[in-house]
Structure formats: structure tokens, C-alpha cells
Write a protein that binds this ligand. Structure first.
Ligand code: ADP
Length: 263
């Protein structure tokens, strides 16, 4: 590894880019032909802590996780262990009490435009869909595109293509209350990927769905990961749902308990 490669990681761990860390030197000596894994990390947390003022709940304690580009990771653990808190911090929907999150090597706390980050680089899927009931499916899908500055024609065309891609080309002008819960979640997925985000975050995406619809939504997420190379982080408390991911991060009482690849 060259000094410039180390500097190019730019994730704030190296205060003097001319001096690679001992860990990187050892890595380069052992496997000189391999790129350092850090180069493929999309998002990384460094001793992330979150304390909610109400009742002084320590929801996250020194959490270190790394998500590689193109990975599909499930975060599991019992209710109240901090899964949603971690997901919200990864997507900059909330701020940590201490610690740092590095996205593509850049510290989120230093982001000059966090709204643009949320709108363009991350897609969100929630258990309860969070669709606007007064807008049609196509209009809901277009919402994030306003931030990206797309023209009305481009927005309408893209929303139509996205809804077709999730099997809802025949439901463009339906309002959410007229859609089944499975269809609502598919509209939400189309909306989440409308700006081609680098990271897709899903918080219990099948939590409100029956078995058949849950299967279809998981198939859709697997397709986005497998065929479009999307990086996905999914919170779930269901072991069979977590098994759809490549890697499972288990949490307990605000800490990462273990991390393991699925078979
Ligand atoms: P999980 O997603 O694993 O069920 P959460 O991340 O939602 O867990 O919550 C972790 C802990 O933080 C829980 O004890 C929960 O009660 C608490 N908590 C979550 N949100 C808030 C909040 N806004 N204010 C105070 N405590 C909260």
C-alpha cells in the first residue's frame, strides 16, 4: 500500500496520511495483491453512543459496526436493544450523543448539507410505510426526486418505471388507503430507491405484513441487493427474515453482541 492510498481512505482515522497504521502495514505485507477492506466500507461507526434524555436511557453503548459496499446486513436482537436507534443514526435521522459515523470515509458530523445527504444518498423503508395518504402512489414515489432537482416529466416517467419494477405499474394513480399493505410497502420501496441511494435502510420492513406479502417484500430486497448491488441494512427481530441477509449483527442491551455471516 502506498502512502497516498492510506490518505485516500480519508475517514479521519489517520491524522498523518504519510504514516500508514501498523494494521495496514501488516495487511499489505500479508496480502499485497488485495485491496484493504477499509476501501470497500460504505459506512462505519466508531464508538457510537446514544443516550436519550427521557429517563437517561443508554440506547447505544460504544457500537462499532462496518457495512461494506454491496453488503446485505441484518441487525437483530430483542425489543429495546437499540436496533432502530442504530438504524436512525446510520441514516442521519438522529444524532449520536458521542462517537462518529463515517459514510464513504467522511464523518457525518462534519457534513455540510445533511438534508441533501438524507435525500440523495440514503433510502428509508419503515414498518408502517410512511406514505402520504393524499398523494397517489406515483406522487409518493416522486417525493425524494424534488431534492434531486428532476424535471416534472422526468419525475413522472421515473416514478412509473419504478412502480412497474416493483410490480405496481397498474396502481400508479391509487392512493395508499386503496392499496393492500403489501402494495403500500412496495410503493415505499420504489420511493426509497428513487434517487438511486448508496445505502438502503429498512426498519422491520415486513413487520406489518402477512407471510405472503412479507415474502414478496424480502424477494424485492434480495433482488435489489443481488441484481442491482445495493447496500442494505435491515432491522428485524425475526430469525428467518434475518437469514435473508448475508451477515447478521446481533445486539443486546445497546451493544453489539456478535456478528456472523449467514450460510
Ligand atoms: P429496538 O429497535 O431494538 O426495539 P430502540 O432502538 O427502539 O430498540 O430503543 C432502544 C432503547 O431506547 C429502548 O429502551 C427504548 O425504550 C429507548 N428509546 C427509544 N427511543 C427513545 C426516545 N425517543 N426517548 C427515550 N427513550 C427511547
Amino acid at each position: 500500500m502506498t502512502n497516498s492510498t492510506v490518505g485516500a481512505l480519508g475517514d479521519g482515522r489517520y491524522h498523518t496520511p504519510q504514516r500508514p497504521s501498523p494494521r495496514d502495514v501488516i495487511r499489505a505485507q500479508l496480502r499485497p495483491e488485495m485491496p484493504t477492506p477499509a476501501a470497500n466500507v460504505l459506512i462505519r461507526t466508531d464508538r457510537l453512543c446514544k443516550t436519550y434524555p427521557d429517563g437517561a436511557v443508554n440506547a447505544l453503548i460504544d457500537v462499532d459496526v462496518e457495512i461494506g459496499r454491496g453488503e446485505f446486513v441484518a441487525i437483530t436482537g430483542p425489543s429495546g436493544c437499540g436496533k432502530s436507534t442504530l438504524l436512525n443514526l446510520l441514516g442521519a435521522l438522529d444524532t449520536p450523543t458521542s462517537g462518529e459515523i463515517y459514510f464513504a470515509g467522511e464523518p457525518l458530523s462534519q457534513s455540510a448539507d445533511i438534508d441533501a445527504f438524507r435525500a440523495r444518498r440514503v433510502g428509508y423503508i419503515f414498518q408502517s410505510f410512511h406514505l402520504l395518504p393524499t398523494l397517489t402512489a406515483a406522487e409518493n414515489v416522486q417525493l425524494p426526486m424534488f431534492e434531486a432537482g428532476e424535471s416534472p416529466t422526468a419525475r413522472a416517467r421515473k416514478a412509473c418505471e419504478l412502480l412497474e419494477s416493483v410490480g405496481l405499474g397498474h396502481r400508479l394513480h391509487h392512493h395508499p388507503p386503496k392499496l393492500s399493505v403489501g402494495e403500500r410497502q412496495r410503493v415505499a420501496i420504489a420511493r426509497a430507491i428513487s434517487n438511486s441511494p448508496e445505502l438502503l435502510l429498512a426498519d422491520e420492513p415486513t413487520g406489518n405484513l402477512d407471510t405472503k406479502n412479507a415474502f414478496e417484500v424480502l424477494e424485492l430486497l434480495s433482488h435489489l441487493h443481488r441484481d442491482r448491488g445495493m447496500t442494505i441494512v435491515m432491522v428485524t427481530h425475526g430469525p428467518e427474515i434475518a437469514d435473508r441477509a448475508q451477515r447478521i449483527v446481533r445486539m443486546l442491551d445497546g451493544r453489539v453482541e456478535s456478528t456472523a455471516a449467514t450460510v
